[in-house]
Design a protein around this ligand. Structure first.
Ligand code: ADP
Ligand code: MG
Length: 363
């Protein structure tokens, strides 16, 4: 099912006597989520991710704007009539019920002609449990399951009603690192198998990048950029997006463009064709550095971390805002750890220039 947001806006009124300003949690969102895709809503805490999800589920009503599922305008439909499956960070299972009973619960709650026969309910509950690979654990209680298994029960419970849209709000946040990885792959597999249009909310860029067909990067209730994860990484629209995506993070220098050349700390480091003379922010991805003895960007060497496939050169530069520059280079290189300085040339496609005033990308 395709999902369309049209000028969707949610404002929370100011509280108290002018002590707190009105918050625009979701500011004029207009975009389309293609049928059958997994979309990652990504941004720091407080940027409006949960509010967006709650507007889609119907738990909250927008201040203005419309929501369409397919061609149907669902903006005024109550949540139970929207056909959405919801999964939250805290799995919220009924502790006294078995896995089977937990998954059956939403079906038993259906009324009138929507309510399937008993056999149908059992069959669908088992199907959903098998989909999340819990078919053998149907008689367990939540306390007898790992966190990852509990979250899979919550996903099965959301799927059993055969929702038109699946909405997941930070579903992996309560899991430890290893389960987080496993469960996110599991979610990707389930989504591929069911082909349900899925919206996955997270503040974790790596999580969003790894499972999404498209990411929507948000900040302060405003969409910054929408696109395939790799495209957004390779072509960030502004400094915020460039800094938000990537581990280790992008290295940000203050620099200056003069006569179509880029200078960092007085050193002429790269061509800057078509960019007007101005002070700029320079973002250099960790993989954008090339070790070169006579390279133009000279840094103070702080350390060398050998990681098998790669070497991370840790360095410092007075014009870099990161306390430590991290340059990732192939392990075929050798770096003299005793040396005081290290020099780099730069890969042009890994260097981005941003306006100092607007922080927008300069092309
Ligand atoms: P996220 O899920 O990205 O962390 P939220 O959607 O929860 O962000 O919140 C977005 C903004 O709206 C935040 O500034 C938050 O403080 C504010 N907010 C959320 N819910 C309410 C509410 N019920 N009343 C007032 N402000 C709220
Ligand atoms: Mg949230």
């Amino acid at each position: 099912m395709k999902v369309t947001l049209q000028h969707l806006t949610k404002k929370y009124p100011a509280r108290g006597k002018g002590q707190q300003k009105e918050v625009i949690a979701v500011n004029d969102f207009t975009f389309e989520i293609p049928d059958g895709k997994l979309i990652g809503l990504l941004g720091p805490s407080g940027c409006g991710k949960s509010t967006t999800l709650n507007l889609l589920s119907g738990l909250q009503t927008p201040t203005s704007g419309r929501i369409f599922f397919g061609e149907e305008d669902v903006t005024d439909l109550p949540p139970q009539n929207r056909g959405v499956g919801l999964v939250f960070q805290n799995y919220a299972l009924y502790p006294h019920m078995t896995v089977r009973q937990n998954i059956l619960f939403p079906l038993q709650n259906l009324k009138g002609k929507d309510k399937p026969s008993k056999e149908d309910m059992e069959r669908r509950a088992l199907e959903a449990a098998k989909l999340v690979q819990l078919g053998d654990l149907m008689e367990r209680k939540p306390a007898e399951l790992s966190g990852g298994q509990q979250q899979r029960v919550a996903i099965a419970r959301a799927l059993v009603k055969m929702p038109r849209i699946l909405l997941l709000d930070e579903p992996l946040s309560n899991l430890d690192a290893r389960l987080r990885l496993q469960t996110r792959e599991e979610i990707r597999r389930i989504q591929r198998e069911t082909q349900i249009t899925t919206i996955f909310v997270t503040h974790d860029q790596e999580e969003a990048m790894s499972i999404s067909d498209q990411i929507v990067v948000m900040k302060d209730g405003i969409i910054q950029q929408i696109g395939q994860p790799q495209k957004v990484y390779d072509d960030p629209i502004n400094l915020f997006v460039a800094k938000f995506l990537g581990t280790p993070p992008i290295n940000v220098f203050s620099g200056e463009v003069k006569d179509q050349r880029l200078f960092i700390g007085g050193a002429d480091v790269l061509k800057a064709p078509g960019v007007a003379d101005q002070p700029v922010w320079v973002g250099i991805r960790p993989e954008g550095f090339v070790l070169e003895e006579s390279g133009p960007l000279c840094c103070a060497l702080q350390g060398v971390e050998v990681m098998g496939r790669d070497i991370t050169v840790v360095a410092g530069h007075p014009d870099c805002e990161n306390t430590a520059i991290r340059a990732i280079i192939s392990a075929e290189n050798t770096v003299n750890a005793a040396s005081e300085t290290v020099s780099f040339a730069l890969k042009p496609n890994k260097v981005f220039l941003f306006s100092r005033e607007t922080e927008g990308r300069l092309l």
